[in-house]
Design a protein around this ligand. Structure first.
Ligand code: SAJ
Length: 420
């Protein structure tokens, strides 16, 4: 049914999807504006970090099923997975979707299927159909001719977890929102090429909202845990013990508090609901605010720890204090620093601390910008030998393995409950 598919956007979602499709012996033309990414893929290499992806891409390219280009070419189906960030005022920026739609419009042919996968505010797919129709008045679209249109259009959100993308692409259920029933039917046929789980059809707006709902649900639940951690700190209760006990109730399942919420999804997507429904989305907005303000609370705990040491040791100067930040990534055991609260906190610590700041992040080789000059990236042993205050920001596996006796004489600010 589909011999040639074009994947527009070859990032964290597009490249794995293109490679998995190609591994099912579909000819895949990958399109990206990033020449460096295109060149790397055509050499059979990858420009992002994701387990298992390198092997699939290199095989797909060497067998001739996957090829990348910067200029769209004709295909039977087009999948769009481009970034949808938000702007300074939390308003969604769908300009990459518009650019992608306008770039494929000239090569569209009667019978083509166009699917948007990018996380998008409700209404974006219909807007995309309008952009396509503007460029191609010679073709008919679902908003004009329904099931009899020349072009089929659907929204099908990605839902894969970074670090498990290749597995989840195949094994997660897919929600498929066609602009018409025929659009859904055709999109379903496409996903069935590689999805072994269920593909469930709905309408386009429900599918768009479904993706936003999933990530907002998680954000609200993490905000609940983060708020609890602040309340428990005031009350002298261990939030970690409290959550373990409360979760013994058969209908309670509280998530884990941390230094805040990071990444390019959960910290962003709820704003797509809030910006369209500012009056109604009250809980969703407050959850965002609770999670966004958690780094400041952690910083206040660090300041408090510094003050307590100086009070207990009046002979010491503030500039003699050494602080060690354990972890910079947005979640454990990955190298991704995007929207990372740990990174934000570590930077601020380096700026507020008159003494030395050490950072321990086994998944990167160089400190990113924004730290006070002199801030050092070092290993666990060096940090534990030298630091007065250790601040646990990311629950990387190797930090879990630190023996308790190495932490005995340290002042600890543990945002993950790893060393409780
Ligand atoms: N976090 C906590 N406490 C928790 C769970 C997570 O503080 O109990 C924090 C993490 O440390 C991290 C942030 O939340 O900073 C987000 O991490 P995550 O593992 O919850 O999610 P992401 O951003 O890696 O991926 C999410 C997933 N969505 C859901 O689980 C509902 C994934 O399935 C989506 O495909 C992805 O967003 C996306 O692309 O939208």
């Amino acid at each position: 049914m589909f011999n040639t598919v074009s994947m527009v956007g070859l990032g964290y979602i597009g490249l794995p999807t293109a490679a998995v499709l190609a591994s099912r012996k579909i000819k895949v033309i990958g399109v990206d504006i990033n020449q460096h990414a295109v060149d790397a893929i055509n050499r059979g290499q990858i420009h992002i970090v994701e387990p298992e992806l390198d092997i699939i891409v290199s095989e797909a390219v060497s067998q001739g099923y996957l090829r990348a280009t910067t200029k769209p070419e004709p295909a039977e189906a087009f999948l769009i997975a481009v970034p949808t960030p938000f702007m300074g005022d939390h308003e969604p920026d769908v300009s990459f979707v518009e650019a992608a739609a306008r770039s494929i419009a000239p090569v569209l042919k009667k019978g083509n299927l166009v699917i948007l996968e990018s996380t998008s505010p409700v209404g974006t797919t219909e807007q995309m159909a309008e952009w396509l129709a503007q460029v191609r008045p010679d073709l008919s679209f679902p908003q004009q001719k329904g099931d009899y249109a020349d072009i089929n259009i659907a929204y099908c959100p990605e839902r894969v977890l970074p670090g498990r993308v290749v597995h989840e692409l195949v094994h997660n259920d897919r929600v498929i929102g066609g602009m018409t029933p025929n659009c859904s039917y055709r999109a379903k046929q496409l996903y069935k090429i590689f999805v072994e789980a269920e593909c469930i059809a709905t309408n386009v707006r429900t599918a768009e909202m479904c993706k936003l709902t999933e990530n907002s649900f998680r954000d609200v639940n993490i905000a609940f845990a983060n708020e609890l951690s602040i309340i428990c700190d005031k009350l002298g209760i261990s939030v970690w013990e409290l959550i373990t006990l409360a979760n013994r109730h058969p209908r309670v399942n509280i998530l884990q508090p941390g230094p805040g919420v990071g990444g390019h999804c959960i910290a962003v997507d709820p704003w797509f609901i809030v910006s369209k429904n500012p009056e109604e989305a009250r809980l969703i907005r407050v959850a965002r605010e609770v999670n966004d303000s958690k780094p400041n609370w952690v910083l206040s705990k660090v300041r408090q720890a510094m003050a307590e040491i100086l009070m207990a040791h009046p002979e010491r100067r503030a500039s003699s204090l050494k602080l060690a930040c354990f972890g910079l990534t947005f979640k454990p055991d990955i190298d991704d620093l995007r929207e990372s609260p740990a990174l934000e906190i570590a930077r601020e610590i380096s700026l507020l601390n008159p003494g030395a700041t050490l950072c321990i992040e086994p998944n990167i080789n160089n400190l990113p910008e924004g730290f006070r000059i002199g801030t050092q990236l070092c290993d666990v042993e060096y940090a534990l030998e030298n630091a007065d205050i250790v601040i646990l920001l990311v629950d990387h596996k190797i930090f879990k393995e630190i023996p308790a006796n190495k932490l005995t004489y340290k002042t600890i600010v543990d945002t993950r409950g790893l060393w409780r």
